[in-house]
Every structure is written in C-alpha cells, then in structure tokens.
Design a protein around this ligand. Structure first.
Ligand SMILES: [Zn+2]
Length: 433
C-alpha cells in the first residue's frame, strides 16, 4: 500500500482561504456537498454540535429517555456553543441582513469562491438555482454591500457581493479531490467540512487504503476502532449540532449538551483495555474488506489517534460510504452483539443530519447484525439498543456503533476472525441492498 501523505485537508483549506469565502454561502468541499450548501441550515451547520459519544461504553442502561429536550437553535443564530473560529464576521452580517437597496450597475464580474450559491432572491433563505466556482463570469446589474443582482442564464438572480470581483481571479490549480478519487494515504480533518468546527481534538490522521484487486468495489468503508485518543476524556464536545441535549443516557447522561470527546473505554474481565481489542478488530476487518474489494479508511491504527468522535465522524462523512465504529459494551453478562440504534424520540429523529440519515444507519446496523448472526455470533435481544451518540448525531453517511460483545466476551484472535467475517458479510449485504 502506498502511503503517500495527501494533506487533502490542507489543500482544501488553502483553496478556501484563497477564495476568501466563508461557510455560509458555499457548500463544503467534500462528498457531502449536496446537503450542506444551501442555507437554511447554515446556522445549524455551524452551530456546534458534539456530544461525546459515550456510546459504546457503559451503556447498558437507559435508553429512550425521551427527554425531547430542546429544539433546535434557530438557523442563523449563533448559539453559545459555536466554536469561535468557525463563525466569521461575514457570516454574522449575512445572517442579519434584510432586503438590500441595490445600486444600478452594468459590469462584468467574476466569482471568487467555490460553490457560490446563485439564488432567486437576495436572501439566504432564497432558493439556490446554481452553484458557481471561481472564475465564473456574470453580468452584474445591481449592487449592495451584501447582495448583487446578476444575470445568470438570462435570468435575474442574486449572489453574495463579497464573492464577486471585477478582476478575473486566478483559478486555484488544486481543487480538493473528490473522495472517490483521492489516492491512498493520510487523511486529516478538513476544517472546511461541515461540522468540522465542532471537533476539538483534530490533529490526528486517518489512513485511506485502496483495494487493488480485480474485485474493486469503489466503496470506502470507514473502520473506526473505538476509543484510543489520549486525553480524550478530559475534553468535551457538543452532543448535537444544534446544541440540544442528549435524549438518552450512556457514558454521558441524558440532558447533557456536551460530553467527553472520546471516552477511554472499558476494561475486559481479563484486564485487557477495550481500546486494544477494538484496534485488533479493526485491523482484522481492514484486511478482510480489502480482500473483498472494499477501500478502507482506518481511523486509528495505533494506540492513540488525536481525533475525537466528532472529527472521526466528519472524516468518515467526507471520505467514506459508510462508517462502522467498533466497540464492546461494559456489561459483564456476555450478552452478545448489538448496534446502537437511533432513539425513537421525535425531536432527535427530526434533527439534522439525523433526520435525513437515521434510516440508512439502521439499514447498515441491521445488515451487520445479519452478517454476524450468519457466522454464529451471539446477538443481544433484537440486535439493537437505542442510544444518542455523537457519532450518530453528526453522521451524513450510513453510520453505526456496533457493540460486538461485552467485558465477559471472548476476544481471542479466533473470535476476532469470526467477528471480522460477520462484519464483512454484513457490509457486503448492506451495499447489495
Ligand atoms: Zn466502547
């Protein structure tokens, strides 16, 4: 495997910086673009989320608390939880702005941003009819500090004035590569990706491996070895992107709006730390997936990766087609495997990005359980347990925290091999369906 360092994040960040655009009026550079973009959600997108994933560990308890707590922060309003650096002055201005008075203009202007929204009206809630990249040429017929009226495809439209210039900008040579095209190598967190601003521990690198056989599937599976972030339990991240409290218990109780960035994980009955076993499991699964033609994004390949649960999730969102986080639970009953399902709490299931993705999370979870069951792995109850996790709260690709057993479960190499077969079967099943 080549390990050419990619520095995708840096390139993308550089491109954005050069373009001078802020998050509000552009979509992010990763694969997820489609849902970010526009703006309704802009405030939400920025507003931070993060709750610690607590998930995996120690959740035998309470689900479905159903607290339903808060409702989403208003779009566009910067909640207190917002990471400072992520909110630009421009954004605040744009958000407050109301119908501008336009000066007449008749001039050629150029887009100086990537994915600049072209709207039907001068307002960040207006319909987006197109997104233009750096260098696109437009005729401007009206100008205000905030919005410009332009002719796009023969129609009057509006774009944010700050991303237009009257001199043709240089088009950056290195656009951010699409996730599906990037070569193997290190992948860092691109600060421009949606929700990246909610991550607190971000300096680590994931590693992308490309399958090389004839059977290449062109699908990237993010394999996330749970835990293993030094110092992760003394940092807190926001539970939900919109700042609302957790709706179920777990490592962090229901009602909390922030949670440990990465918990340390449990210890098996024989004294082995969970993080060691999740790492061993990840390595086994990686080899099986590559052999089956999947590309694999390994979040962690050593005892420590400086990526918190938000960072891990955002990297998976942008670089993978699904995300599987590996855990064992902290009970001692050898109760079997299950996945953390999305709590049946209406406020939670209607919060983005959960609202748009929870069913695909369940489809992935159900496939994994079917795969495990198929190789004889003991399954707990119906194979799912409701849990409000950081991972789920920020995932925009099918994403599951799977608990492969608990403290009392065998974690020998032979067992991990069997589990790996079941998980790989489940992943294949998911992509077939
Ligand atoms: Zn765990």
């Amino acid at each position: 495997m080549k390990k050419k360092a990619l520095l995708i994040g840096m390139l993308a960040a550089a491109a954005v910086a050069a373009a001078g655009c802020q998050n509000y009026e552009k979509i992010q550079l990763g694969g997820v673009g489609a849902e970010a973009g526009a703006d309704a959600g802009a405030g939400l997108e920025e507003a931070g989320a993060d709750a610690g994933q607590g998930a995996g560990t120690g959740t035998d308890a309470g689900q479905g608390a159903g607290a339903a707590a808060g409702q989403g922060a208003e779009a566009g309003s910067a909640g207190p939880g917002i990471p400072q650096a992520e909110v630009s002055a421009n954004e605040a201005e744009t958000t407050k702005e109301t119908a501008p008075v336009m000066e007449d203009r008749d001039e050629t202007v150029y887009v100086n941003a990537t994915d600049l929204n072209v709207r039907t009206a001068p307002g960040s809630g207006a319909e987006v009819v197109a997104r233009l990249d750096t260098g696109a040429e437009l005729r401007r017929t009206g100008y205000s500090d905030s919005w410009s009226r332009v002719i796009y495809n023969g129609t009057e439209c509006y774009v944010a004035s700050q991303y237009l210039t009257t001199t043709k900008p240089e088009v950056p040579e290195t656009a951010a590569p699409a996730a599906s095209q990037t070569s193997a190598g290190e992948v860092g967190l691109n600060p421009d990706w949606t929700y990246a601003g909610y991550a607190k521990i971000t300096s680590g690198k994931a590693m992308l491996y490309r399958a090389e056989g004839e059977n290449r599937k062109g699908k990237v599976v993010c394999v996330n070895a749970g835990h293993g972030t030094k110092g992760g339990s003394s940092v807190k991240t926001q539970c939900h992107p919109d700042g609302t409290p957790k709706v179920t218990g777990g490592t962090t109780g229901a009602g909390a709006t922030s949670a440990v960035a990465v918990s340390s994980g449990m210890e098996f009955s024989d004294g082995t730390p969970e993080a060691k076993v999740t790492l061993a499991m990840a390595k086994v699964l990686k080899e099986k997936l590559l052999a089956r033609g999947f590309d694999v994004l390994m979040i962690r390949e050593g005892d420590d990766v400086q990526l918190d649960n938000v960072a891990r999730t955002v990297i998976a969102n942008n670089m993978a087609d699904c995300h599987v986080a590996l855990h064992w639970d902290s009970t001692t009953s050898n109760k079997g495997a299950f996945y953390m399902s999305v709590p049946n709490v209406s406020s939670y299931r209607s919060m983005e990005p959960v609202a748009s993705h929870w069913q695909e999370h369940h489809a992935l979870g159900d496939s994994l359980i079917a795969g495990l069951k198929g190789v004889g792995v003991k399954i707990f109850s119906d194979g799912r347990m409701e849990m409000d996790l950081t991972q789920t709260s920020y995932s925009t690709v099918p994403s599951i925290d799977i608990e492969l057993g608990d403290k009392a479960s065998d974690h020998s190499a032979a067992t991990l091999d069997t589990l790996g077969n079941g998980l790989a079967d489940g992943i294949e099943l998911f992509f077939q369906n």
